[in-house]
Design a protein around this ligand. Structure first.
Ligand SMILES: [Cu+2]
Length: 391
């Protein structure tokens, strides 16, 4: 630094010192310095270019930037919003029976699907509202059903009221990002992608815009079934369930609006673990219904984002499990089956005896956080199968 420059800087500080608002100016300079250091360190703490290539410009929850070694640029923050601005939905949960029936098609075709990324306010638990991010206004989003070999043209509209950009990554897609970069869409806009369903299976889809786990933990997940050429074996009933976690600032059960807690998410400490978006979704109205003699197929997915599910039906044995929803092998007579995060399973069980069967994640303390549902079976009791007895 030459003498002239030193003189200029010294006279500059002299002027500030003598200024009547000098304290205010010093505070402003310190704030500016902190912001610059924060920005630079965030930038270099992540591999920006890889993240952008993958369509993941991570919307990190406020304060998490310095913790991330992920593929993001560290500048996108989960914005705090006014919940009163968003549509109030009386029930966030997807009806488990609301799924399209078997396709019964011999030929592939072009299938067009329209989805809407929509942010709404609804209850996690009675009197506990939350700002959910969804596909089509429910958690999970719609159950999509195509056939292997189909070409799928999928349009994602981001509702004009959204607070963030959104996208969709379908695990059924072959191609980098699973569709995320092709569909990342700004508020009020629509993006369309096309893919060929090369492999049969039951696949999770989720939003991958911004900080993907944040978007998933707020409710942006669902499943797409790619039927094999010959279809699935016929059954009497099919249902659609997904386990997911909710991270709130307040403790489980707090009876007021809950803000999302990004720090609990990165620490993998959900307050709620639920089936179909909220506590009681598969309990209210008696749960899912079947009759003695029915063969029931459950499409069960795990949105996560951090807890592996040990799926079990209390008082029943799965006649058939398609482990990790692979259709080329099955296991018979299984008690509990594992569902990884961002994965699925398909189970079939013939109902032999009436009553209420409890669906759980057999990490059983999660029941208290909401992870349970009912399969309610009507019909005649066969006492040779199950009854009280005298000694
Ligand atoms: Cu999203």
């Amino acid at each position: 630094m030459n003498t002239n420059n030193k003189t200029t800087i010294c006279s500059c500080f002299e002027k500030i010192r003598n200024h009547p608002q000098s304290n205010l100016i010093y505070t402003g300079l310190i704030v500016l310095l902190v912001v610059v250091i924060w920005g630079i360190s965030s930038y270099f703490s992540s591999s920006t270019k890889l993240g952008m290539k993958m369509g993941m410009d991570m919307n990190m929850p406020m304060g998490m930037h310095m913790l991330s070694f992920g593929p993001g640029d560290g500048f996108h923050v989960h914005k705090k919003v006014d919940p009163n601005f968003f549509e109030r939905v009386s029930d966030i949960s997807k009806d488990p029976a609301d799924i399209p029936g078997p396709l019964r098609r011999n030929q592939p075709k072009l299938v067009e699907i329209d989805l809407v990324a929509k942010e709404v306010v609804s209850n996690i638990a009675p009197v506990t509202p939350f700002h959910y991010w969804t596909f089509n206004g429910t958690v999970p989003g719609p159950f999509l059903r195509v056939r292997v070999g189909d070409t799928v043209k999928l349009s994602l509209k981001n509702d004009k009221t959204s607070s963030h950009d959104h996208s969709i990554d379908l695990h059924a897609v072959t191609g980098p990002g699973g569709g995320a970069a092709l569909t990342e869409v700004k508020l009020g806009k629509t993006k369309t992608m096309q893919f060929k369903a090369l492999k049969p299976g039951l696949f999770v889809y989720h939003c991958a815009a911004g900080n993907a786990p944040t978007h998933i933990a707020l409710g942006m997940y669902g499943m797409i079934l790619v039927e094999p050429e010959q279809g699935l074996p016929p059954v009497d009933k099919e249902f659609y369930l997904m386990q997911g976690e909710i991270y709130t600032k307040g403790m489980m059960g707090e009876r007021k609006f809950q803000e999302f807690d990004g720090m609990k998410m990165i620490q993998e400490r959900p307050e709620y673990i639920v089936f179909n978006g909220r506590t009681g979704a598969l309990v209210d109205n008696g749960g899912i219904k079947a009759k003695v003699g029915d063969t029931v197929r459950l499409f069960v997915g795990n949105g996560g984002v951090s807890k592996i599910s040990s799926f079990h039906v209390i008082g029943e044995i799965f006649d058939k499990v398609y482990p990790e929803a692979a259709f080329n092998r099955t296991l018979d007579d299984v008690q509990t089956t594992v569902i990884p995060n961002g994965g699925a399973t398909m189970v079939e069980l013939k109902m032999d005896y009436p009553g209420d069967y409890v669906l759980v994640d057999h990490a059983l303390t999660r029941i208290d956080r909401g992870a349970w549902g009912l399969l309610s079976v009507s019909g005649e009791k066969d006492k040779t199968i199950y009854s009280a007895a005298s000694k």
